[in-house]
Design a protein around this ligand. Structure first.
Ligand code: PLP
Length: 416
């Protein structure tokens, strides 16, 4: 088919595999599976898998990373009158998870690794600071030695936000196991994904007791939401394949319009308000897809690392195109370049059927959030405000072949 050129995406259900489509379609179409949509043994199996992989005493699944983070914060005592340190260059749902406990988010600037800057961190600690969230952005671990030393000295509780870093290591130790508690997201764009899901891991008995108590009071996910999440699989598998023939774009647009598929962030969340259908438990059907994904973790991670290595070797970096510092232990959820004019590169790539990523193009993403509802003050994190205007992400996910990655390299090397 000469007229057909394979579209390349960064995001757009990047982990989607045929095995997951079969599982999802099975749940949607086989009546005897319907009673297992929400309740079954898979969430407990995921928790056992996590405990074994991270060698922790406790693991808890939730409907999403944002829900998991909220309960981690509550478990550590976030409440009115206390402050939580969090990096900018993050997602609005992280800030909502803090604000809905009553605590105040205090934004800390980022370093050139897109993670929390330990110098600004020290400056922002006050008498009211209780908790520190460490985000391992794009799967590259933050500067843990320095940050944990500060946290110990100042008696701060530590949550690791491993939404981007499932499987990443620092000096051989898995991210998520350094702080008091580790949080993971299994959202559609993450290293391991079931469209929507999240988890916490900890070794702390007292904290685990509190979290178990919070979770025991959560409702099941609504049936209609589970069905919506499952439809994501057949819709995206067809939509992505046929995207460059316009039919795919049409399928995805219609599916969104008629609410056949979910949104990653709903409008009320962008305004700092809660949605009615969350928080809830991780549905059995999504947990089953998650088990498929977990069984492929090593393969997926190796693939991401291989493509990142190719970008690192083959992209001609200079003052105009700055490559990230190499790390063998990163899972490279996205390979993020700094360029002077990312919009021009996005446009140039799009003309060739390549959709590059825009994480994060503002201090609290996505760009259309109501910034006043997040407490972020413009000018408070200058390095973020500079880097977020320059960052552009290249895909590393299992849907991207070496040939696709070469097309991207060629595009960038010829672009300047
Ligand atoms: C850094 C970070 N932390 C936490 C989350 C929350 O994860 P979830 O989408 O599963 O709620 C996200 C979401 O994209 C994120 O980017």
């Amino acid at each position: 088919m000469k007229f057909y050129k394979k579209p390349i995406f960064t995001g757009f259900a990047p982990n989607l595999k045929i095995q997951d489509v079969f599982t999802a379609v099975g749940f949607l179409s086989l009546p005897w599976r319907w009673k297992k949509l929400r309740v079954g043994e898979s969430a407990a199996k995921v928790e056992d898998w996590l405990k074994n992989y991270f060698q922790t005493k406790y693991a808890f699944t939730f409907d999403s990373g944002r829900t998991a983070l909220h309960y981690a914060l509550k478990g550590l005592g976030a409440d009115y009158g206390c402050e939580v340190l969090v990096q900018s260059y993050t997602c609005v749902v992280v800030i909502n998870a803090i604000k809905w406990t009553g605590a105040k988010p205090i934004f800390v600037d980022i370093d050139d690794n897109f993670c929390i800057d330990y110098i600004d961190l020290e400056r922002k600690i006050t008498q009211k600071t209780k908790i520190l969230i460490i985000q391992h952005t794009f799967g590259r671990p933050a500067n843990l030695e320095k940050i944990l030393e500060i946290a110990r000295e100042r008696n701060l509780k530590v949550i690791e936000d491993c939404a981007h870093s499932f499987g990443a290591k620092h000096n051989g130790q898995l991210t998520g196991t350094f702080g008091d508690i580790g949080m993971f997201s299994f959202g559609s764009d993450k290293n391991i994904s079931c469209v929507r899901g999240g988890a916490l891991i900890t070794n702390n008995d007292e904290l685990a007791k509190k979290i178990a108590d919070f979770r025991s009071r959560l409702p099941l996910s609504r049936r209609v939401k589970v069905i919506q999440h499952l439809w994501h699989y057949p819709t995206f598998s067809k939509g992505k394949l046929l995207y460059n023939l316009w039919i795919g774009k049409f399928i995805l647009a219609v599916a969104k319009k008629i609410n056949l598929i979910n949104k990653i962030i709903y409008q009320p969340e962008k305004e700092g308000r809660q949605v009615l259908f969350y928080p809830s438990l991780l549905p059995n059907a999504l947990a089953e897809i998650l088990l498929n994904q977990l069984s492929r973790l090593e393969k997926t991670t190796k693939h991401r690392q291989m493509l990142a290595k190719m970008y690192d070797k083959e992209i001609n970096g200079d003052d105009e195109i700055v490559k990230p510092k190499w790390s063998d232990e990163s899972v490279w959820l996205r390979y993020t370049l700094l360029v002077k004019n990312p919009q021009a590169l996005h446009a140039s790539a799009k003309r060739q059927g390549i959709i590059l990523g825009n994480w994060y193009d503002c201090p609290v993403a996505p760009k259309d959030v109501d910034l006043s509802a997040t407490d972020y003050e413009l000018g408070s994190c200058p390095n973020d405000e500079k880097l977020s205007q320059m960052s552009i992400n290249l895909p590393t996910d299992p849907c991207i072949t070496e040939k696709d990655a070469r097309r991207i390299v060629q595009l960038i090397n010829l672009w300047k």
